[in-house]
Structures are given as C-alpha cells and as structure tokens.
Design a protein around this ligand. Structure first.
Ligand code: NAD
Length: 247
C-alpha cells in the first residue's frame, strides 16, 4: 500500500464538496463473488449466452437453472466486505454523496449505503414480462423454474439487464447527473471496459472531477482518466482510506 498516495486521496475526499463512488465487480470479489472476466471469472465456468434475451425466451428453464445457481443460490449468500462497509461509513459521515454501481448484488445496500444508483439493475427484484410488475425475489419460490408472476402467471425475469438490454433510465440519469456534479470520483474494482458504464468516469473528468482509482491491476481508466491510482485489494485499501478521512 502506498501510504503517500492514500494520504493524498484521503485529503481530496475530505475536502470534496460532492464525492461520488463508482464500483464494479472487483469490490465484491472479497465477498466471494467472482467477476465475469479473467482467470477466475464466471464466464470460464458458465456460458454467457444464458444472459442473452433470445436464449432466455427460447430456453427459459435452462437459462433460469444457471441464473438461479449463480445469482440466487450463490450471490444471495454473500455478505458485504470491509470495502462495502467503508463506502457506507463514508456516506454516513457525509463525505460520500452517492454510490454508482455496476453490480447487481445488493451488497452496498446491505452494508448501509443509502444513495445507490444501480446502473445494471439488481437481483433483489423479479420483473414480470407480461404485466410489468416487480416482485421482491425473496417472495418468489425458485423451486419450480421458470418462476411465474403470482398475479398474472407471466414469466419472471431477474430485474438486472441482460446483454444488449437498455440501461434503466432512472439509474442512468441519476448516475450521469452525479458524475457531472462530482468534484472527486472514487473508482473501485472496475475494468472500464463495459459500456456505457465505462463513460461515467470520463463524464466526471470532463466536468472537472479528480479521479481516484482502487484496483488490483491497471484498468482502461488508469491510463485515460485516473489522477491517483491506489493499487491493491479494495478490502484493504478502503478501510485505510476511511481511517485517514475520519481521523
Ligand atoms: P470486471 O469483471 O470486468 O472486472 C473486475 C475488476 O475488478 C478488474 O479490473 C479487477 O482487476 C478488479 N478487481 C478484482 N479483485 C479486486 C479486489 N479485490 N480489489 C480491487 N479490485 C479488484 O468488472 P466490471 O468492470 O464491473 O464489469 C463487469 C460487469 O459484470 C459489471 O458491469 C457488472 O454488471 C457485472 N458483474 C457484477 C457482479 C456483481 O454484482 N458482484 C459480478 C460479476 C459481474
């Protein structure tokens, strides 16, 4: 851990008027949730076509069997790690105004973050493809697949976006608005390769924000927008950053 750089980052966040956190799959790796890509990525074990809308409609039972295994049996048991908790503590203390996340795992909210914009949706709800109603996933049995809407009998789909689906309008609007308002943006565990989410730090930078990045390895952002790069595990760097900001 580079103490000088952490100190510099802590000062920037402490003095910021509107600091925003932007997270990717890397912040949840220490909660036991693998990212999609890379050596231990989910796509080395599963076929990504389960998240293609066409496949989902033509093979709902097969798609749902894998979706249940990854996103409900496995992800559903994960708990927030020290990085999620530090982000929540910094919001509670008034230093972080909003969290924009590409993650769908609900761990920021479980850690106590309140102002969370879920750019890719969430596992928390299931959406009826027939009547459009959303149901808490916890209220729907996944014993028989695919699950159906208790009100109209239509097929339910997780309320996160599949490949080539539109970004939820409200989350997109709030995310870009927060990026434009931010004077400091803290990126945690994201490759910057998933678009349009990857444009968010660029928007923040163009509108005057200083960009701090936490990642194990350099990302597409490190070379393009990052001002201070903190290399290491989010679960180790974030508690240290929190300690320095709150001390
Ligand atoms: P990614 O999977 O493309 O990359 C993860 C990034 O995190 C990499 O840059 C990696 O170096 C970094 N990283 C890994 N472990 C880390 C650690 N302990 N500390 C700090 N950094 C670490 O992630 P992405 O850029 O977010 O894009 C993947 C997309 O897949 C996302 O948009 C998201 O919707 C989805 N996804 C979500 C989850 C989740 O909800 N937890 C999990 C997998 C994928």
């Amino acid at each position: 851990m580079d103490e000088n750089k952490i100190e510099q980052a802590a000062k920037l966040i402490k003095n910021a008027k509107y600091a925003v956190v932007f997270t990717g799959a890397g912040i949840s790796v220490e909660s036991g949730i693998p990212p999609f890509r890379g050596e231990d990525g989910l796509w080395n074990k599963y076929d990504p076509s389960i998240l293609e809308l066409g496949y989902f409609h033509s093979h709902p039972k097969e798609a749902w069997t894998v979706i249940k295994e990854i996103f409900y049996d496995f992800m559903g048991k994960s708990k927030p790690n020290p990085a999620h908790i530090s982000v929540a503590n910094l919001e509670k203390a008034g230093y972080v105004k909003a969290v924009i996340t590409q993650n769908i795992d609900n761990l920021h909210q479980e850690a106590g973050s309140k102002e969370v914009y879920e750019f890719h949706g969430t596992v928390r709800n299931l959406l009826c493809l027939q009547c459009g109603k959303k149901h808490p996933a916890a209220d729907i049995s996944l014993e028989k697949l695919p699950p159906v809407c208790p009100e109209c009998g239509g097929m339910l789909k997780p309320d996160f976006i599949f490949f080539s689906e539109q970004i939820p309008e409200k989350a997109s609007h709030l995310s870009f608005q927060a990026a434009e308002k931010s004077d400091v943006m803290l990126l945690i565990g994201t490759t910057g390769e998933v678009m349009p989410a990857g444009f968010i730090p660029h928007r923040a930078k163009e509108t005057g924000a200083t960009i701090i990045e936490v990642n194990l390895v350099e990302s597409a952002h490190t070379r393009s927008v990052t001002d201070i790069y903190l290399q290491g595990k989010a679960g180790e760097i974030m508690p240290e950053l929190e300690r320095q900001i709150l001390s």
